[in-house]
Structures are given as C-alpha cells and as structure tokens.
Design a protein around this ligand. Structure first.
Ligand code: FPP
Length: 242
C-alpha cells in the first residue's frame, strides 16, 4: 500500500469497472451472488484507499442499464447489497464524516425501488459538503443513455427559445451529464480480462488512459490499484498534440 507522496502524479478521476464477480464465485463453486457480495467488500476497500491516497474523484460501475436482463434472483441480490451499503453508511456517519467522503449515485435512479432511491438521496445529501473525495456509484447507468439525456435537455431549451442550435458546444453536452462539474476520468481500470468499455462513461472517456488486468474484481487489492496508478504515472498523455 502506498501514500500519495509515493506518486509524481495522481489521476484527478479514476473510473472502475467492477467485473469478474460471477467467475470468482464459479471458481469456488459458489452462487454468483456470493461473488457480488465479495465484490461489494472490494468496492468499500478501494473507495477508502482512493480516499486515503487523496484521489479527488472515483466512479464505480455497479449496475448498468443492461444488467436488468440478468436473472431476477441475481438482480435482487445486487439491490440488497446497495441496501446494506446505504444502511451501513447511515450507521457509520461519523466515520464517513471524518474521512471526508462525498458519495453520489449516478444513473437513472428513478428506475430503482423507492426505498433504495430514498436512501441514496439521503446519503447524497448528508455527504454533499465533504471535499476529500467524491465517490460516484453508477447504478442503472448507461453512457449512451446519459448522452441522450443531455441532448434532450438541450433540445428542450431550443424548443423553449432559450438557445439556438449554434449555441450547442461540447461543454453544454458535458454539463448535462451526471458528472457535470467533475473532471473527465484520467484513468479507467477494468479487471477480469475483458477489454471493453461496456457503455461506461462513454462521453467522458474520450482521452482516458486504460488499465486492464486479469484479476477478478473480488480479488482486487490496494496493491493492484497501486499498479494501475504506477502505469498511469508512466503514460505520456498528448491529448491529440505531439
Ligand atoms: C459484473 O461482474 C458485476 C456486476 C454486474 C455487479 C457489480 C456489483 C457489485 C460489486 C456490488 C456493488 C455494491 C455496492 C455497495 C456499490 P459479472 O457478474 O459480470 O462477472 P462475470 O463476468 O464474471 O460473470
């Protein structure tokens, strides 16, 4: 485990695709839900570690708009993990306060059960003044759907006569995303041996660096996070320049 001074540069925003829970469970002859439970523990561990390191923003992909097509039992189990986390956050409010962790849920939250929606809003409100780290949990999230949301809002403003099509610029689209006012992800981490973005931060990842690994998410450690940060440190980012 490292400390922030061990790095010459840290990303301003890290995106994490929490993948491989099902395979982790299968390897142990356990139900897939056991993999998600362990994955939720890894989420807590890495969120706390990123906070300790002083990474300003981290976004975890927890449930995509496409994940509803999984068996009901699995979807319910993941929803219960969100409930557990939200309950626990209420109980451990003092600890979170001390950490300085702001937690937000991004995605179409209206698609969630009312109790989860309310608890998520409660935690967002409660932690809104914390400044050490912003932890985004992407739930019922899809990158294309998010762009669509922003474009529809712009279309409404045009319809209302507030702006004309020529006023649309990149910032206006960014401002309509769930990540408005946050930096784009500098680094996106995807474990479990898959090499794709899967509708995660589609717009925001235009210039992201990627770090892939075969580790399954429940096995992911602080040392693996360090390795991704070390790889990022060495990348030569040109943003289209030379
Ligand atoms: C992808 O692995 C993982 C998910 C669809 C669910 C991730 C959710 C959690 C880790 C729980 C999060 C909890 C909180 C509190 C944020 P997979 O099931 O697709 O794995 P596989 O590719 O090996 O089958």
């Amino acid at each position: 485990m490292s400390k922030s001074s061990d790095f010459t540069i840290l990303p301003s925003h890290v995106g994490v695709i929490m993948d491989g829970n099902g395979r982790w469970a299968k390897l142990r002859n356990l139900p897939r839900t056991a993999g998600h439970k362990e994955g939720a523990e890894t989420f807590r561990k890495i969120a706390n570690y990123a906070c300790d390191l002083g990474i300003p923003v981290i976004t975890f992909y927890a449930f995509s708009t496409e994940n509803w097509s999984r068996p009901e039992l699995e979807v319910n189990a993941i929803m219960d993990l969100f409930r557990d986390y939200l309950d626990e956050a209420k109980e451990r409010q003092a600890e979170n306060e001390e950490r300085g962790m702001r937690v937000r849920f991004i995605g179409d939250l209206t698609g969630l059960d009312a109790d989860i929606f309310e608890m998520a809003m409660g935690l967002t409100d409660l932690s809104s003044d914390k400044t050490r780290i912003t932890v985004n949990v992407a739930v019922n999230y899809g990158g294309r759907q998010e762009i669509l949301k922003s474009v529809k809002e712009i279309a409404s403003r045009i319809q209302g006569g507030e702006i004309v099509p020529d006023d649309i610029d990149i910032n206006m689209i960014s401002d309509g995303l769930y990540t408005a006012n946050l930096p784009d992800p500098d680094l996106i981490i995807r474990p479990s041996g898959e090499y794709r973005l899967s509708n995660f931060l589609t717009w925001q990842s235009a210039y992201s660096e990627f770090w892939f690994s075969d580790i399954l998410w429940p096995d992911f450690t602080e040392e693996d996070f360090d390795e991704a940060l070390r790889a990022f440190e060495k990348r030569n980012r040109r943003f289209g320049g030379i």
